[in-house]
Design a protein around this ligand. Structure first.
Ligand code: NAP
Length: 322
């Protein structure tokens, strides 16, 4: 539980009452979850200035109103409410919690058909540790790419490609038939080639925004990249996708795209349960796979946060439950 905003030491392991599913909910025994950059940012409350106040009011002024973080999970359906039709006790499921969070716990109640978030049976070819890393990163990356209307043959650049968001963005853009350039630090480039990037750029050696190349879509997950320069690198109808833009980055992108046919997109959800089922099918078809770096037991949640926020992780950090 996150007892206040701050360093990983604010996290404490506590016993709470097991939730009871409502009529339209399932109770999931969680086997694995992840710690993402978004969990760490929420814990530090290190959010872009333009969302800081509304998010703080929503999240809790002195401490998080929802102290159990965690955006995604995999596990077993333990029991179901009387109105649930599509899931049964014993089903192996994976899910994105939406803004309700709560995946850093042994049990969670989720609606069978959530308005925000997604749940469905997990890919048959993954274990829970692998499946837990899919719903949030892949769900949001997929939504962003859909908004950009990525087509076969287009050129897509993913900036910050080696993390949990980027590794899915690279693979999903490739599934759509795009030529993918992945930008990240040197230790991640081999992995990025292995998951399908056609071209890789080490940002410590080359600033991709200095290059004369153009792209149909630039997917930026790094908050400090000069957005005006990225907009100028887009083709005539190109699209800039911004996962978590800072205020100046957002203004810069809007300003640079004014009077053009270029688009700037800066928000996406993790998609619906049908979308998650589509991602499951891609995983089962061997077209999408989660990249897993380290695994930590629940008792080492603070360690998992410390490691996740170094930025060194390849893909995802997973937390497991006994
Ligand atoms: N994961 C999600 O599903 C999700 C969903 C919604 C929003 N977001 C937001 O998207 C952002 C990224 O999330 P994430 O989970 O993918 O984070 P992450 O796993 O930490 O990945 C970020 C990647 O960016 C790289 N990077 C850092 N500085 C860079 C630079 N100047 N140029 C190019 N690459 C750079 C990092 O590598 P090095 O540290 O080695 O440089 C790292 O591989 C966060 O702000 C998060 O809140 C994420």
């Amino acid at each position: 539980m996150c007892t206040g905003y701050g360093p990983p030491d604010v996290l404490e392991l506590r016993d709470v009452v097991r939730p009871v599913p409502k009529n339209d909910e399932v109770l999931v025994r969680i086997r694995a979850t992840t710690v993402t950059a978004a969990d760490c940012e929420l814990r530090r409350f290190d959010l872009p200035s333009w969302v800081w106040v509304p998010m703080r009011l929503w999240s809790g002024i002195r401490r998080p109103r929802q102290p159990v973080f965690g955006h995604e999970l995999a596990g077993d359906v333990d029991s179901v409410g009387k109105d649930v039709g599509s899931l049964r006790r014993g089903d192996r499921v994976f899910a994105a919690t939406g803004i309700g969070l709560g995946a850093h716990a042994e049990y969670i109640c989720l609606r069978e058909n959530p308005e925000d978030g997604a749940i469905t049976t997990m890919p048959a070819n993954l274990n829970c540790e692998e499946a837990a890393a899919v719903p949030y990163g892949a769900g949001e990356a997929s939504e962003f790419l859909r908004k950009a209307d990525v087509r076969s043959g287009q050129r897509v650049l993913v900036n910050g490609a080696g993390g949990s968001f980027g590794t899915f963005a690279v693979q999903l853009a490739k599934v759509l038939g795009a030529h993918v350039t992945a930008v990240d630090s040197a230790p991640k480039l081999e992995m990025l080639r292995a998951i399908g990037a056609h071209r890789v750029v080490d940002y410590s050696q080359d600033d991709f925004t200095d290059s004369p190349e153009t792209y149909d879509v630039i997917f930026d997950v790094v908050r400090n990249t000069p957005s005006g320069r990225m907009v100028r690198m887009l083709t005539e109808n190109g699209c800039l996708l911004m996962a978590n833009p800072g205020f100046l980055q957002l203004i810069g992108a809007m300003w640079a795209s004014r009077g053009t046919r270029k688009r700037v997109v800066f928000g996406a959800s993790s998609g619906t349960s049908e979308d998650l089922a589509h991602l499951r099918d891609l995983v089962e078809a061997g077209k999408l796979r989660p990249v897993i770096d380290r695994r930590f037991p629940l008792e080492q949640m603070a360690e998992a946060h410390r490691y996740a926020e170094t930025g060194q992780k390849l893909g995802n950090v997973v937390v497991t439950f006994v």
